[in-house]
Ligand binder design. Structure first.
Ligand SMILES: Cc1ncc(COP(=O)(O)O)c(C=O)c1O
Length: 361
């Protein structure tokens, strides 16, 4: 068996091998400093360079202009469920479209903080297997919160709504996976541990006008976007190693042919292979999301029984395919096919799935 498995984990998730190898190479002596990046000061010129380069790469990849700021914040994507309302409501109410666990949690958090979230649409009535397409965004809302890809339910916005108020988008599980107009958003956040690097840092991209909003007076200093913006994410010690790995991931993405357009084509090809195979499996494998909104990142599916699913997962692991278990809240199976997963790996997975269905079907 090879050293590395085919890792379909939902996050932390697979990193490209060249990134892992670069970390290994850099470890004892980062850029001739005689120290690893784990050991250098976040106040050093070397770290300043690293930070600046990482921000430049991210903005270049996303096509973002000078009016956007990139912040690196700890606390995971979940902390943004509190930071967004605390910083952006400025006396108004946030609006939400509820498409599953990660928007539900954001709504709960806004509620708990007293911001009276308005849920303008929800797909809860059918277990979040679809994305609502009929709703009106109130023009007096502080902002509209969306989750671009629903990691647990396997649905993904195929295009974004037009909104009269700024959109705040949780891109934790599909950031940099496709070519979208990022300037349509007022704020983008993503926990890095899926498509962008390791756990420990959340990337927040905020438009200047959103930064000018008045934060709730009780907002802790460490939960105020201005704290990070004013000090270039260096108010306190940032998660320096995680930021370094994000930088390597961005360099890797830039090295892929075709930029985000190329990445998107590759991701769609992987997803199509898997979904087409399952659609033709005569119901042996049943994707759980509605066809029009299936995620190109998290492919969720069921087999005929939980027992069969357990056998499938055990045999898969035995054959070197890891991370295929569905989220504990929903069960079933899920193949997370983020940028670092190659078409070859998905082909291998499909070959295994075909063999399994042949033996059990
Ligand atoms: C879409 C989405 N938002 C938020 C989160 C929460 O992220 P974190 O664990 O970094 O708080 C996740 C985690 O899987 C997610 O998939």
């Amino acid at each position: 068996m090879s050293l590395r498995i085919d890792n379909f984990n939902p996050g932390p998730a697979a990193l490209p091998l060249p990134v892992i190898e670069k970390i290994k190479e850099d470890l004892p002596n980062f850029q001739q400093t005689g120290m690893s990046v784990l050991e250098i000061s976040h106040r050093s010129d070397k770290f300043d360079e690293l930070l600046a380069e990482t921000i430049t790469r991210l903005k270049r990849l996303m096509g973002l202009g000078d009016d956007y700021r990139v912040l690196f914040i700890q606390g995971g994507a979940s902390l943004q469920f509190a930071m967004a309302p605390l910083n952006l409501c400025d006396g108004g109410r946030p609006a939400f479209i509820d498409t599953g666990t990660w928007s539900t949690k954001a709504i709960e958090q806004a509620e708990k903080l007293g911001f009276e979230p308005e849920v303008i649409a929800s797909s809860a009535d059918r277990g979040f297997c679809y994305i609502p397409d009929e709703f009106e965004v109130p023009s007096d809302a502080a902002y509209l919160h969306l989750v671009s890809n629903n990691t647990i339910k396997g649905t993904q916005w195929q295009s974004f709504p037009r909104s009269p108020v700024p959109m705040v988008v949780d891109m934790s599980s599909d950031i940099l996976s496709r070519a979208v107009d990022h300037e349509q958003f007022g704020l983008i956040f993503a926990g890095a541990q899926k498509n962008l690097g390791p756990a420990g840092v959340c990337v927040v991209i905020i438009r200047e006008d959103m930064l000018e909003r008045k934060a709730h007076p009780a907002t802790p200093i460490m939960l105020n976007y201005a704290t990070y913006a004013e000090k270039n994410s260096l108010y306190n010690t940032p998660p320096s190693f995680a930021i370094y790995v994000v930088g390597l991931m961005l360099a890797w993405i830039e090295d892929q042919a075709g930029g985000l357009v190329g990445i998107e084509a590759q991701n769609l090809a992987k997803a199509k292979l898997l979904y087409d195979f399952m659609d033709e499996s005569e119901g042996f494998y049943r994707p759980t999301a509605e066809k029009e909104v299936r995620s190109a990142m998290n492919v969720t599916f069921r087999l005929a029984s939980e027992e069969l699913e357990s056998q499938f997962l055990a045999e898969a692991l035995d054959q070197g395919f890891g991370g295929l278990k569905g989220h504990r809240s929903v069960g079933g199976c899920r193949a997370s096919i983020y940028n670092a997963i190659s078409l070859d790996q998905v082909e291998r997975l499909v070959a295994f799935m075909r063999g399994f269905a042949g033996r059990k079907g």
